[in-house]
Design a binder for this molecule. Structure first.
Ligand SMILES: *Cc1c(COP(=O)(O)O)cnc(C)c1O
Length: 454
């Protein structure tokens, strides 16, 4: 066998600029509203939480934004990440499709999250901030931010969703290894946490609750701490475009161009990271690559949510963002892909969906784990359960190509490895998992409590 299956780039090919989709979206993003006045928020409203450089990036209409040298220096630890052709998976599926994957699990944190954590820590440090607060669900974001804060000699205060804190002690320990302080959420260290515990002392937490706690600590710190979010925001999605920009070059080396690009969607950042540079080509060069998101059937923000203004957190402290939402009161089922259990979705992804620039599959937990095992056995990498949603989407595409007798070129984002998720695999292999469809009446109920915007 002399076929090339791995397409590497030299370090000089680490992108020097991030791509900003806001310059090219056919219809601009809807404004973000102040939770009290319902007027569009300005920089002053966001300044208690974010440094000015990131507030600027959040609303920038510039197509390309320079990546600071200090950030590229740290990217060198794992970037450019490899792009591989999954020949063994193709063979196992007996498909004429060509399947490629971009592997972000080689980062020190094990997922794509360090791409933005590094940038966010850098800009905060530049503006004299010495600590960041954040939330983490499955633990990937908390791990990445702990590492990034450590690189820039900053404090890191993490609110970890209680169920994950209990199920994933090694995730907590890795954050602590990098010097972070980690608290199970809901906690009694914040007003938001205390209010939840008063209503439900046994609450296992949610990302929305943990966000409320982290935001509260930053907002009340008198400027000592700012807050960092691992997904959803425009600047976060933009930082992730290094994934797609590298992939464009690597696909060129492979001598192919994808017919479809696939990624899982929680808040939307890894999906945006791999797809936006291809969307740029669709919008400006007449390419027609399909962009396919995959969300869990148990947390179906895009496919079953409502496009409306909602809070990003549970306590209603964040600005109001127009998004496909299951309602900020939505308490997701204890799904094993913790990183995909968010009630909403990034504004950029919601507009892509609303403007029909992308497609979406909702895939159940059992199909996802089955895809994960097939991938692990053929390609040798145990994927994060979140990433396995992307694999399941890619496998559906490869089987559809087989049915149609097409040599479809598929690229998917393998956004993280699953080495800290073996309890989920253990549950699957032990026959303890099942599928779960979120009941419509519960979605209807959560949507009833959406804020009324006049
Ligand atoms: C955080 C995470 C996700 C979900 O977040 P996105 O912003 O949608 O990417 C998915 N996969 C992995 C491995 C993650 O760490």
């Amino acid at each position: 066998m002399s076929e090339t299956i791995r397409f590497d780039l030299p370090q000089t090919d680490i992108p020097t600029q991030w791509y900003n989709i806001q310059a090219d979206l056919p219809r601009p993003l809807p404004p973000v509203l102040h939770p009290g006045t319902h007027q569009p928020v300005g920089p002053d409203d966001l300044a208690p939480l974010f440094p000015m450089a990131l507030i600027g990036q959040e609303v920038s209409q510039d197509r390309w934004i320079d990546i600071p040298d200090e950030v590229r220096e740290i990217y060198k630890l794992w970037r450019p990440t490899p792009l591989l052709r999954a020949r063994r998976l193709e063979k196992a599926l007996d498909t004429p499709a060509h399947i490629y994957y971009k592997y972000e699990g080689v980062s020190p944190s094990g997922s794509h999250k360090l791409n933005t954590a590094t940038a966010q820590a850098y800009y905060n440090k530049q503006e004299g901030i010495n600590g960041l607060t954040t939330e983490t669900g499955a633990g990937q974001w908390g791990t990445a931010l702990s590492q990034a804060c450590n690189f820039f000699d900053m404090e890191c205060i993490v609110y970890m969703v209680k169920i994950s804190y209990q199920q994933k002690p090694y995730r907590r320990a890795i954050m602590q290894t990098f010097g972070a302080s980690v608290t199970a959420s809901p906690s009694d260290t914040t007003d938001a946490g205390k209010a939840i515990l008063a209503k439900d002392p046994d609450s296992t937490g949610s990302l929305g609750i943990a966000i409320s706690e982290a935001v509260e600590v930053a907002a009340k710190s008198g400027g000592k701490y700012k807050y960092a979010l691992g997904s959803v925001l425009n600047h976060v999605l933009m930082h992730q475009t290094v994934i797609g920009l590298e992939s464009l070059k690597q696909m060129e080396i492979a001598g192919e161009y994808p017919d479809v690009v696939v990624g899982p969607t929680g808040g939307g950042s890894n999906f945006a990271g791999i797809t936006l540079p291809f969307l740029h080509k669709n919008l400006t060069e007449g390419k027609i690559t399909r962009l396919l998101g995959v969300e869990p059937a148990a947390c179906p923000s895009l496919t079953r949510g409502k496009y409306a203004y909602d809070f990003g957190d549970t306590a209603g402290m964040t600005p109001l963002v127009k998004m496909y939402t299951l309602g900020h009161d939505f308490v997701p089922p204890p799904l094993h892909a913790g990183g995909l259990r968010y009630h909403g979705m990034a504004s950029i992804i919601c507009e892509m969906w609303d403007q029909e620039l992308m497609e979406m599959n909702a895939i159940s937990q059992m199909e996802t784990f089955s895809a994960a095992i097939t991938f692990a056995k053929t390609e040798g990498i145990v994927p994060a359960p979140e990433a396995a949603h992307g694999i399941a989407g890619a496998i559906r595409e490869a089987l559809a190509a087989k049915e149609a007798g097409e040599e479809r070129v598929i690229l998917f984002n393998l956004c993280g490895h699953g080495h800290f998720d073996m309890s989920a695999y253990d549950a699957y292999l032990g026959g303890e998992l099942s599928d779960y469809e979120y009941p419509q009446e519960q979605i209807d109920k959560a949507i009833e409590s959406l804020p009324q915007i006049g």
